[in-house]
Design a protein around this ligand. Structure first.
Ligand code: ADP
Ligand code: ZN
Ligand code: ZN
Length: 744
């Protein structure tokens, strides 16, 4: 036999696959298929990654698989090759990469398809029915009649309303009159039920409002369509806020759906708003859609994943990990707000970028991909200038809305009360009087970032982190945003007994002071403390949309994708934190946030106004943004990156480590540095993190930089196994972060 060796990936930190023999009596394995295999003294679930004829291990020593879990693969060869690519590029064990790509319940062996059962009559059951049996049990008789039609059987879910049907069915089964049988898959049902091919179901009725594309939208659509509905091409849809990027996604999606292909839309973590899902669901009413995000329970996630796997979902909307959704006949990928940091997994071992993997997936499948943003990442803009992506521009707002006017407020020259300047307060009053709504952005949640003693200078510290505790006044707690520590809010200084006071402002404080200033005006707050779940976000969004709330105070969350036409004023309370950060990406993030928040203003008929409070009104970043907009900022920032040889003009990888003692982390990294093979790369560090102590562990990093991507990866190929073999590895937790987004 030539196909008897199954190469299996297992969810272990070991960087290798495992060879097994297949059971002679079962069919040949398929790549992507789940298997149970003996592993040590236990059994593990793994995935066949290839079928081989030879193994490096002698045949008598090879173990046999225990069983196939399914008779079909969990992922197709295309998805398997994406997973392999990711394992190579991020230098991470394939078994763990596969585990990340799948819902927990699939990893644990849940059936790939929902098990559905139908009840049918046996020949004796039919005879009994014809004979009018059972004569004395009226309800059993009624159920028998119900199950007789159609002949193919009645699905259990159709019986849900039937009173006590399970009891009656059991009695009928005991008499041998009915059978309970498992039915195959969903998609087969649709076909056997004689449903029309879904693509003809796309609504054309007038109830669905489909706006005529603007000239800019039409030009973008024409360009994409002219280059073909298939074939790899990366488009950067650079459209200002309110330019109607979503309408372009909708139209391109519609084309693919009509051609019988499926579409994947990736959105940032919090961008998956009810508004966006609602727009797709409405436009494609009747088209089965699956939504995958981190707020789902394991069962919901399994259910949504199954609908992508069996092909019943034609349209898949999801956050980061949805890039791994198994989607047959995928025709188009859209990455909305491609600059958003939430596309990069920044925790755990496997730190991938969903945006970058989406590009690889599109390339491997030879299909188009659209990256959209009002504030594209510098990487993507650079890729446009290299000719790797093609730019589509939407330089004007749709529906005649004008871009907002931006103005800086010099905090040094103003009277400021609880973080709000007089100019800003007066403007808020004016906009409210004109029936406008107001957004107030502040990048801090909680009541105040600091609690301090009025006498001795004590400030409330987190005992596990190099950080202060944030004051939560309503809850009367002190909390750490880094480790989750949560304590009673003290009334007096624990050191000297004097009074304590809060210093600075967070969203809760701003909400409080605004409600004092603007009595009777509805105020809503949006930050991670308020919205922990999707439905809570929905509640806040609908308070704004309905006009019940007229002022919205919040963090970055208010910047993402919302379309509130009555918002005419946006106030940025303090933009200064990002101006002097040591992280080379801080300026880019600040510019993106300002432009995105500002973009919430004036999306309706009335022109918007944006006020940015700062103590540094002369700062070149702010001046540049005001005078030249995001594009001017981006080209200046790219020039700086080039001069400093930072990405995208160089490639980075960060080896990160944390340990219970500070020197364990740095010793490990120093040893890693010594173990580095000679190569055309630069090593920087080890250096402790800016916030070295977090949740009781000490963090440090070693950076690897190279102008040449291939050289960097050749280096990592040789270096990572050496790092893993270091004796110091036992005292640390470590991770390799390829293309790190945040350097600490
Ligand atoms: P973006 O995502 O680019 O910020 P949106 O897609 O949210 O912009 O669109 C902004 C607003 O313009 C929305 O209210 C949308 O309904 C409207 N809009 C988009 N395209 C058109 C169009 N062609 N005609 C009329 N209104 C449009
Ligand atoms: Zn004190
Ligand atoms: Zn802490």
């Amino acid at each position: 036999m030539t196909d008897e060796i199954l190469r299996v990936a297992l969810d272990t930190p070991l960087r290798r696959t495992f060879d097994y023999l297949r059971d002679e009596n079962s069919p040949a394995g398929l790549a992507g298929q789940r298997v149970r295999v003996p592993f040590g003294r236990r059994e593990k679930i793994g995935f066949i990654v290839s079928i081989e004829t030879h193994s490096e291990i002698e045949k008598p020593k090879l173990k046999r698989i225990s069983s196939y879990i399914d008779d079909q693969p969990t992922f197709d060869p295309a998805l398997l090759s994406l997973l392999r690519w990711a394992a190579d590029y991020y230098h991470h064990p394939l078994g763990e990469v596969i585990a990340t790509a799948l819902p927990k319940l699939v990893r644990e062996g849940a059936p790939l398809q929902e098990r559905r059962f139908v009840w049918t009559l046996t020949p004796t059951g039919r005879a009994a029915l014809d004979a009018g049996e059972p004569k004395r049990a009226r309800q059993q008789r009624a159920l028998l009649e119900r199950l007789a039609n159609p002949e193919a059987g009645v699905a259990e879910e159709e019986l849900a309303d039937w009173p006590r049907w399970r009891d009656h069915a059991r009695s009928l089964r005991e008499r041998g009159w009915v059978l309970r049988q498992e039915r195959e898959s969903h998609s087969d049902d649709a076909v056997s039920a004689g449903a029309e091919p879904w693509s003809n179901d796309l609504p054309n009725d007038a109830a669905v409002v489909t706006p005529e594309p603007t000239a800019d939208q039409q030009a973008a659509l024409d360009t994409v369509i002219a280059s073909g509905d298939t074939g790899y091409r990366a488009w950067l849809l650079h459209g200002i806020t309110g330019s109607g990027k979503t309408e372009v996604y909708l139209r391109l999606t519609e084309r693919q759906l009509r051609a019988g292909r499926r579409v994947l839309i990736l959105v940032p973590e919090i961008g998956l708003t009810p508004q966006l899902v609602g727009r797709f669901a409405k436009r494609f009413a009747g088209t089965p859609l699956a939504v995958l995000h981190s707020g789902l329970t394991d069962t919901q996630r399994l259910e949504a994943w199954r609908r992508t796997h069996d092909g019943s979902a034609r349209l898949v909307l999801g956050t980061r990990s949805a890039v791994f959704a198994p989607i047959p006949d995928l025709g188009l990928i859209v990455v909305d707000e491609e600059h958003d940091a939430s596309f990069k997994q920044q925790e755990g071992g496997f730190r991938y970028s969903a945006r970058d993997l989406a590009l690889v997936r599109a390339q491997q499948l030879d299909i188009p991909i659209v990256l959209g943003s009002a504030t594209p990442s510098l990487e993507s803009l650079h890729n446009v200038s290299l000719g790797r992506y093609h730019r589509l521009s939407l330089p004007r707002r749709a529906a005649n809305a004008q871009p907002p006017t931006l103005r800086l407020i010099d905090l040094r020259a103003e009277h400021v009360h609880a973080g709000l300047s007089t100019t800003a307060a007066t403007s808020i009053e004016k906009h409210l009087a004109n029936q406008g709504q107001v957004l107030v952005y502040i990048n801090r949640r909680g009541y105040a970032p600091t609690l301090a003693c009025t006498a001795c200078g004590w400030v409330a510290p987190c005992l596990s982190c190099d950080a202060r505790l944030t004051v939560y006044r309503q809850a009367s707690r002190l909390r750490c945003h880094h480790c989750g520590a949560d304590r009673e809010l003290p009334r007096q200084c624990p050191q000297c007994g004097y009074a304590v006071k809060t210093v600075g402002q967070g969203t809760e404080r701003i909400e409080e002071s605004l409600s004092e200033t603007f009595e009777g005006v509805g105020i809503a707050r949006l930050d991670r403390d308020v919205v922990r779940r999707q439905d809570e976000l929905e509640a806040v969004v609908s308070r704004i949309a309905s006009g019940d709330a007229r002022i919205l105070v919040g963090t970055q969350m208010i910047a993402k994708g919302h379309d509130f036409p009555d918002v005419t004023l946006v106030v940025v309370l303090n933009a200064d934190q990002g101006l002097f950060s040591t992280d080379f990406r801080a300026a880019e993030r600040l510019a993106q946030t300002i432009v995105q928040v500002a973009g919430r203003a004036g999306r309706g008929d009335r022109r918007g106004e944006v006020l940015i409070q700062t103590e540094y009104p002369e700062h070149p970043l702010l001046r540049g943004l005001l005078e030249g907009g995001y594009e001017a900022f981006a080209s200046a920032a790219l020039a700086e990156r080039e001069a400093a040889a930072w990405p995208p003009f160089a490639r980075l990888a960060a080896l990160r480590a944390s340990a219970l003692q500070a020197d364990w982390a740095t010793d490990f990294l120093a040893a890693a540095r010594r173990a580095a093979p000679k190569a055309n790369v630069r090593l920087l560090g080890p250096a402790p993190a800016a916030m070295a102590k977090r949740a009781g562990r000490f963090h440090a990093q070693l950076l690897v930089e190279s102008a040449d991507r291939a050289a960097l990866h050749r280096f990592l190929d040789r270096w990572v196994p050496a790092v893993e073999a270091l004796p110091e590895v036992r005292r640390v937790r470590w991770a390799l972060d390829v293309d790190p987004l945040e350097l600490f």
